[in-house]
Ligand binder design. Structure first.
Ligand code: BGP
Length: 476
C-alpha cells in the first residue's frame, strides 16, 4: 500500500483528512419529501443539457458513501444543508422530513468516525428568494439569518459550520460569466453588490452564532485564485492587482479586516468606473463586518488554480469551456484584464491551470496579510477529468489525480512547516457528482459513480488516500 505514496509520506498528527460534497451536487431527490425548488431546478429543465436528478443519489445512498469514506481512511466530510429541504420557500414553517433527513445523515457520519463540516449555502438559493433578487435583495439576508439560526438550534450535533461556500464563484458565475442563473454577463454592479451582500449575510450569521453562544466553530469558505501577471511587466502587474481585488481581496478584506481598505477600494473603483458600475454600502454595514471579522473560528480555503493575466482595455467577452474541449475558453474583462496562457503551466481539458505552488502562495498570503484567518482548512482541491468505468471489480487508474492531490498536499505541508496554520484537507470530491455548469462528464471523485445504475467503483486515488490516511495517529 505504502508504495502508492510518492511525495507526501505522512500526515501530521491530528490532521483533518476529508472528502467534500455539496447537497445539490450529490443528493438528487430534488422533488421529494417536501423539498422546495432551488434556483437551479427550472433553469436546468429549461436549458435541457443535464438534470440534477438523480446526481449521485446521496439522498438515499449516503450510508454506502459514508461507509466507503470510512473504509478509505477519511476522518471528516464536507456536506451542505439544502436550504429548501428545511424551508421549501426559504422561510416560513420548517419541513420536518428535511430536518429528519439531516439528523439521520449527521448521525451516520458521526457513527462512522467522520466529523461533519457543514455549509448552510452552497450555490443553492431557494427559487422563491431567487425570484425576488437572490443576494441582491437585502430582505433575503434576513431569511438566511433565520434559516441559520434554526439550523444551529436544531442540529446541535454539528460542531463545525460554514456560512456560505465560495462567495465569489456565485457572484462571478451569476453576474460576470453568466453560466449560473440569472445568467447576466458583465453586470459589474450585480457582481460587486452580490459580493458585499453575501459578506453581510455571512457576518450577520457569525455575529448571531457568537451572541447566542452556540457551541462549535463557524467560518466561511473562499476560493482563492492567485492572479499572476504574464508576462511580468508593469502594465500586467496592475491588471493582476485589479483582477485580484475583484476576485480575492475585496472579500478577504471584508471577511478578516471588516473593512475594505483604501488601497482595495481604489482598485475596485477603477473597475467600477471603467464599467459604469456602482457599489452601495448602507449605513451600519461596515460595523456588522467589523464585528464579525475577529469572530471567525477558522477559514475554509478552496484552491483549484491560478490565473495568468495581461492588461486589457477593450470590450468584455467571455467564452466558457463547459464541455472539456481543451483550449476553448476565453475571458476578457474591460478595464481589468484578459486571461492568457502561460505555456510553462499544464492545463486540464477544461483549461484549468495545474499549479500547486499557487496553493502555497495563497496560504502564505492569507497568513501574512490576514492574521484573523488564523486556522485554515483546505476545504476543496481536486482534479476534474473525463473518466470511464474500468468494469465491475476493476480498479480505475486515475494516476493524474493522485499526482495532482499529492503535489497540492505537498505544497500545503511546505507552507505548514513555514508557520501557516493549516489543519486539514478535503478533496473535491468524495464521489463523482453533478458539476454545476458542466454536468456529469467532469469527474472529481475518489469513487466512480455510474450515474445510470448508481454503482460505486473504487479509483486508485481512493487507495492513495487510504494509504496516507493510515499514517495518521488515531485521535487521542
Ligand atoms: C467549486 C464549488 C464546487 C465544485 C467545484 C468544481 O467552485 O464549490 O461546488 O463544483 O468548484 O467546479 P466545477 O464543478 O465547475 O468543475
Amino acid at each position: 500500500m505504502t508504495t502508492l505514496l510518492k511525495r507526501v509520506k505522512t500526515l501530521p498528527a491530528g490532521f483533518v483528512w476529508g472528502g467534500a460534497t455539496a447537497a445539490y451536487q450529490v443528493e438528487g431527490a430534488t422533488q421529494i419529501a417536501g423539498k422546495g425548488k432551488t434556483m437551479w431546478d427550472d433553469y436546468l429543465k429549461k436549458q435541457g443539457r443535464f438534470a440534477p436528478d438523480p446526481a449521485s443519489d446521496f439522498y438515499h445512498l449516503y450510508p454506502e458513501d459514508i461507509e466507503l469514506a470510512k473504509l478509505y481512511g477519511l476522518n471528516a466530510i464536507r456536506l451542505s444543508i439544502a436550504w429548501t429541504r428545511i424551508f421549501p420557500r426559504g422561510a416560513g414553517k420548517p419541513n420536518q422530513a428535511g430536518v429528519a433527513y439531516y439528523h439521520r445523515l449527521f448521525k451516520c457520519c458521526l457513527a462512522n468516525g467522520l466529523t461533519p463540516y457543514v455549509s448552510l449555502h452552497h450555490f443553492d438559493s431557494p427559487q422563491a428568494l431567487f425570484e425576488t433578487g437572490d443576494w441582491l435583495n437585502r430582505n433575503n439576508i434576513d431569511k438566511f439569518v433565520a434559516y441559520a439560526d434554526f439550523c444551529f438550534k436544531e442540529f446541535s450535533e454539528v460542531k463545525n459550520w460554514f456560512t456560505i461556500n465560495e462567495l465569489i464563484s456565485l457572484a462571478f458565475s451569476q453576474y460576470i460569466q453568466g453560466n449560473f442563473p440569472p445568467n447576466h454577463r458583465f453586470d459589474v454592479t450585480g457582481a460587486i453588490q452580490a459580493q458585499h451582500n453575501e459578506l453581510l449575510a455571512h457576518a450577520r450569521v457569525v455575529n448571531l452564532f457568537k451572541s447566542k453562544g452556540y457551541s462549535g466553530r463557524i467560518g466561511l469558505i473562499h476560493v482563492l485564485q492567485p492572479i499572476y501577471p504574464y508576462p511580468d511587466n508593469a502594465a500586467n502587474r496592475h491588471a493582476a492587482a485589479l483582477e485580484d481585488a475583484f476576485m480575492n481581496r475585496f472579500l478577504l478584506d471584508g471577511t478578516f479586516k471588516g473593512a475594505y481598505t483604501a488601497e482595495t477600494m481604489a482598485l475596485i473603483n477603477e473597475i467600477l468606473t471603467a464599467n459604469h458600475a456602482k457599489l452601495t454600502i448602507e449605513p451600519g454595514d461596515m460595523e456588522i463586518l467589523k464585528q464579525a471579522a475577529t469572530q471567525n473560528d477558522y477559514f475554509g480555503l478552496n484552491y483549484y488554480q491560478p490565473t495568468f493575466v495581461a492588461a486589457y482595455q477593450g470590450e468584455s467577452t467571455n467564452v466558457f469551456n463547459g464541455t472539456g474541449e481543451k483550449g476553448t475558453s476565453a475571458f476578457k474583462f474591460k478595464g481589468v484584464a484578459m486571461h492568457v496562457k502561460n505555456p510553462t503551466v499544464p492545463t486540464t481539458d477544461w483549461d484549468w491551470n495545474i499549479y500547486p505552488k499557487g496553493l502555497y502562495d495563497v496560504l502564505k498570503r492569507v497568513t501574512t496579510e490576514y492574521p484573523n484567518s488564523h486556522t485554515i482548512y483546505i476545504t476543496e482541491n481536486g482534479l476534474g477529468q473525463k473518466e470511464q468505468t474500468a468494469g465491475v471489480g476493476q480498479l480505475l487508474s486515475d494516476d493524474k489525480r493522485i499526482d495532482f492531490i499529492d503535489q497540492h498536499v505537498a505544497a500545503l505541508l511546505k507552507a505548514r512547516t513555514e508557520g501557516v496554520n493549516v489543519q486539514g484537507y478535503f478533496v473535491w470530491s468524495l464521489q463523482d457528482q453533478f458539476s454545476w455548469a458542466n454536468g456529469y462528464n467532469k469527474r472529481y471523485g475518489l469513487f466512480y459513480v455510474d450515474f445510470a445504475t448508481q454503482a460505486r467503483e473504487i479509483k486508485k486515488s481512493a487507495l492513495w488516500f487510504k494509504a496516507l490516511g493510515a499514517t495518521l495517529k488515531p485521535n487521542a
